[in-house]
Design a protein around this ligand. Structure first.
Ligand SMILES: [Zn+2]
Length: 211
């Protein structure tokens, strides 16, 4: 099959093939984006190897392995997906007021995942009570998934942390926790996180394995 073919019939067949391929690709991506945020946590994987529902859907249909590119999602789209406080903190480097979030005092056993892309970021095993009013962890679940940068928003350098899969701003790292194994305090905004209790997490993993 050649695009340069001068035979009109061949050209029509060729054109039809590429149009079909393009439509199928668009359809798959649309389905994937919708499902990754459809609020069905049971359909999601968690942890470093976690890939959103889109992968399963694509594999089941066209057998294409292609993860959602969360970094390519526009600001307008994020505004639609997130609440105003979530958008302000996650996408505009904001900070929630101390003692205002729902997780700063939570001691339950489970994991914390990114509210934007559902990637596991922290584990309650590494959470500690810093008494600062923000959820505090002495390390992330995986350094691979939590990126670092330097910001000067307050006029001096601070180590900012963000989700490596979707670039959501999460908080900052401070070296003021000598009581922890690392001496570090990952000071994270509650609004950037979604807590999943351990027992629910295990059920989700079991269900996914069975599928
Ligand atoms: Zn994320």
């Amino acid at each position: 099959m050649q695009l340069s073919s001068t035979d009109p019939k061949s050209r029509r067949i060729c054109l039809g093939f590429f149009v079909s391929l393009g439509l199928a690709n668009v359809l798959v991506k649309a389905i994937g984006l919708q499902n990754a945020h459809a609020g069905d946590p049971d359909a999601q994987l968690l942890g470093d190897s976690v890939l959103p529902t889109v992968k399963a859907i694509e594999k089941n249909t066209l057998n294409i392995e292609n993860e959602i590119d969360y970094k390519a999602i526009s600001k307008a789209e994020w505004k639609k997906r997130l609440t105003p406080p979530q958008y302000k903190v996650c996408r505009e480097n904001g900070t929630e007021p101390a003692f205002s979030g729902k997780y700063f005092d939570l001691k339950a056993d489970g994991i914390y995942r990114c509210v934007c892309c559902e990637t596991q970021l922290f584990d309650s095993i590494e959470k500690f009570d810093s008494k600062t009013g923000w959820p505090s962890f002495w390390k992330p679940s995986s350094k691979k998934m939590v990126g670092e940068s330097v910001d000067h928003l307050l006029g001096y350098p601070r180590t900012e942390v963000h989700c490596n899969r979707c670039d959501a701003h999460l908080g900052h790292i401070f070296r003021d926790a000598p009581q922890t194994p690392t001496g570090l305090r990952y000071c994270i905004n509650s609004v950037c996180l979604e807590f999943i209790p351990r027992d629910k997490l295990e059920k989700m993993k079991a269900k996914q394995k069975a599928n």
